[in-house]
Design a protein around this ligand. Structure first.
Ligand code: NDP
Length: 315
C-alpha cells in the first residue's frame, strides 16, 4: 500500500513543494493539514498533484481545539498514519505588539511550537499502530535558532532563558509574551519557536524512539528566500533578501529543491537514523548537522516538554 503522510502548512512554500515531491514518487498519499481549505486545494492543483494523491483536512494550529478536531477527523478517515511532517510556521518580524492564539499564547510560539507539540503528541499513538516499515515524525527546524551559525547570530538571537514566560502562560497578562520572560520581539519569538521545535524532536527521540521504532528528525532545508514566510517583512527586505541569499551568502535554495530535501527525510531509506538534525551541503548531499548548545540542551528539552504538556492540557 501507499504510505500516508500528514504535512502541516502544505498550502505554500516548503510544505507544498514537499507534498509535490512525495506525490511524484507515487508511494505516498498526502494529507494536507491546512487552515485555508480553498487555498490548499488550489495550491495542490497549481503544482499538479493529482486528486487521488492528496486529501485536504482543516487544521488551524493557533487553536488547540482545532488540533484535537483535526486528529479526530483524521482518525475517522480510517487511514493509517505512517509519517507526520510538522512544517507550518508563522514569522512576524515587524509586529510591535504580540498577538495571541485562541487559548491566549503568543502567536508565533503558540502556533509553531505548542500547536505542533499537541498534534505530534496525539498522533504518536497513530504512528505506533502503523505497520509501515519506516515510520517517521519530522519537525522542521532552522538555522536561525542555532547560535553556533552565522545566521543564528544575527540579533535578536534565540534564547529561551529559564522558560519563565512560557511557564507563566505566555499570555502577556500575568506573564511575558516571550518564553524567556523578556520584552516582546516578533523576530526573536520566531527563532525561539524554532529552538523549541528542535528541542522537542530530540526529547521525542529520547523518550520514544526505542519503544516505538519511530524515527524522529529535524532539518534545515536551506534558505528558501522566496516563500510566504517573509510576507510580513518590509517591502525592501522582501526585494533584497532573495538576491542577497543567492549571491552573497549562497545559502539560497529553491522551493523545489528544499521540497526534495524534506521529502528525503520522509522517504529516503538512508535517512532512518533517529534524533538527527539534517542539513545539506552545496552539492545537495545530506549530512548530520550540529545543533547549538541551547538547541541540544537535554535539561532544557525536558523542562520545555513538561511545561508545554501543562499548557496544552496533556498533564
Ligand atoms: P510559508 O509561509 O510559505 O508556509 C508556511 C505554511 O504554514 C503556510 O502553508 C501557512 O498557511 C501555514 N500556517 C501558518 N499558520 C498556520 C496555522 N495557524 N495553522 C495551520 N497552518 C498555518 O513558509 P515556508 O514554506 O518558508 O515555511 C515552512 C517551514 O520551513 C517553517 O517551519 C519554517 O520555519 C521553515 N524554514 C523556512 C526557511 C525559509 O528560508 N523560508 C528556512 C528554514 C526553515 P497559509 O498558506 O494558510 O498561510
Amino acid at each position: 500500500r501507499k504510505g500516508n503522510v500528514i504535512i502541516t502548512g502544505a498550502s505554500s512554500g516548503l510544505g507544498l513543494a514537499t507534498a509535490k515531491a512525495l506525490a511524484d514518487t507515487e508511494k505516498w498519499h498526502i494529507i494536507m493539514a491546512c487552515r485555508n481549505f480553498l487555498k490548499a486545494e488550489k495550491a495542490a492543483k497549481s503544482v499538479g498533484i493529482t486528486k487521488e494523491n492528496y486529501t485536504v483536512m482543516h487544521l488551524d494550529l493557533s487553536s488547540l481545539d482545532s488540533v484535537r478536531q483535526f486528529v479526530d477527523t483524521f482518525r475517522r478517515s480510517g487511514r493509517p498514519l505512517d509519517a507526520l511532517v510538522c512544517n507550518a510556521a508563522i514569522y512576524l518580524p515587524t509586529a510591535k505588539e504580540p498577538t495571541y492564539t485562541a487559548e491566549g499564547f503568543e502567536l508565533s510560539v503558540g502556533t509553531n511550537h505548542l500547536g505542533h507539540f499537541l498534534l505530534s503528541r496525539l498522533l504518536l499513538d497513530d504512528l505506533k499502530k502503523s505497520d509501515f516499515p519506516q515510520k517517521r515524525l519530522i519537525i522542521v527546524g532552522s538555522i536561525t535558532g542555532n547560535t553556533n551559525t552565522l545566521a543564528g547570530n544575527v540579533p535578536p538571537k534565540a534564547n529561551l532563558g529559564d522558560l519563565r514566560g512560557l511557564a507563566g502562560g505566555l499570555n502577556g497578562l500575568n506573564s511575558s509574551a516571550m518564553i524567556d520572560g523578556g520584552e516582546f520581539d516578533g523576530a526573536k519569538a520566531y527563532k525561539d519557536s524554532k529552538v523549541c521545535n528542535m528541542l522537542t524532536m530530540q526529547e521525542f527521540h529520547r523518550r520514544y524512539h526505542e519503544e516505538t521504532g519511530v524515527t524522529f528528525s529535524s532539518l534545515y532545508p536551506g534558505c528558501i528566500a522566496t516563500t510566504g514566510l517573509f510576507r510580513e517583512h518590509i517591502p525592501l527586505f522582501r526585494l533584497l533578501f532573495p538576491p542577497f541569499q543567492k549571491y552573497i551568502t549562497k545559502g539560497y535554495v529553491s522551493e523545489e529543491e528544499a521540497g526534495k530535501r524534506l521529502a528525503q527525510v520522509v522517504n529516503d531509506s538512508s535517512l532512518t537514523k533517529s534524533g538527527v538534525y539534517w542539513s545539506w551541503n552545496k552539492n545537495s548531499a545530506s549530512f548530520e548537522n550540529q545543533l547549538s548548545q541551547e538547541a541540544s540542551d537535554e535539561e532544557k528539552a525536558r523542562k520545555l516538554w513538561e511545561v508545554s504538556e501543562k499548557l496544552v492540557g496533556l498533564a
